[in-house]
Every structure is written in C-alpha cells, then in structure tokens.
Design a protein around this ligand. Structure first.
Ligand code: ZN
Length: 178
C-alpha cells in the first residue's frame, strides 16, 4: 500500500466509522472534523514523513468510540497503525474519572509517536472547546478540562517541539478567554 493509499483509506474508514457522531460543542461539528484536524497536525509536524502516524491520527478514536478492534485495524491497515491506535485508546470498562487519571499516569510510558497523537488530540479538543464550548459546561468545568489536558501533555513532552508549541499557544489563548 502506498502512503497516499494508506492515508486516504484511513480517512475513508474513519469517516464511515464515525458517521452520525458529532462533537460535544454547541456548534455540533461532525466528529470527522476532529479526526481531520488531528491528522493534519501530525502530517505537518512530521513534514509528511510518517504516513502510518497520519493514518493513526485519522483512526485514533475508532477502537474507543466505534467498537473497531485492533485486529481489524491490523487487517485493514498494518500492525504499526493498529498498535498506535491501541496505545491511544482508553479502557472504557473503567469509570471516566479513573480513565482521566490513567491518561496522566500513562502518558510518559507511551511511544513517542503515540505521544504526538495525544498532543494533537488535545490541541484539537482545546480548540473545539474554545471555539464552541458545550452549552452545559460552566467556566469551572472548562478550566478543569484545561488543567487536566495540561497534565496529560506534560507527560507527552519531548517528542515534537512544533506540536508542543501549538499546544502551549492554544492552552494560553484558552486561558485568556475563560
Ligand atoms: Zn480524539
């Protein structure tokens, strides 16, 4: 599979898998917007040199949110792509509060490429919260989210100065408007 086929196939798979899902924000953006943003951030951060990482960016929420299995991703894409997505997947059998704590605890143990996906994911989530916060989120909840996001990213640092800079700019513009 060429790089272009891999990335295009991942985008197609992600769009189909997340069809009908929307972001939590008041703008109710299609969920695929989030995946496109994460994939683009990773493509730019690696200067287009890591197609499997960009494909994993498209697919990073499929196991967690769509019931896709790691084996299915291995079959459709590659063991490398499947393993990157698996690294970015929370254990949904745990309560949400515990999953959030585990994201902080596990971040430093992730491979460098999975840490890049996590940072890109958090950039996209913060941008979305700033652009269009969910109607029922009070200011305190937004600030809690930012604080938690900072802690996850703190454990991911050292892999991509450009992504880390974008994250820092996004978080500080978020704090400025909250
Ligand atoms: Zn995500």
């Amino acid at each position: 599979m060429t790089d272009l086929v891999l990335v295009s196939r991942a985008a197609d798979f992600a769009a189909r898998s997340h069809a009908g899902q929307r972001r939590k924000g008041a703008a109710k953006e299609p969920y695929v917007n989030h995946l496109a943003e994460v994939a683009e951030l990773l493509a730019v951060a690696t200067d287009g040199s890591d197609a499997a990482l960009v494909a994993a960016g498209w697919l990073h929420d499929t196991i967690e949110d769509c019931g896709t299995t790691r084996d299915e991703l291995t079959d459709q894409f590659s063991a490398d792509v499947a393993s990157l997505v698996a690294e970015c997947t929370d254990d949904k059998t745990l309560a949400k509060a515990e999953r959030k704590l585990l994201q902080i605890a596990h971040a430093p143990d992730l491979t460098g490429r999975a840490r890049m996906i996590k940072i890109a994911d958090k950039i996209s989530n913060l941008r979305s919260l700033i652009f269009s916060p969910p109607d029922d989120w009070e200011r305190a909840r937004l600030i809690d989210y930012l604080d938690w996001s900072d802690k996850v990213v703190a454990g991911c640092r050292g892999v991509s100065p450009s992504l880390e800079r974008i994250y820092d700019e996004t978080a500080s513009s978020g704090r400025a408007v909250l």
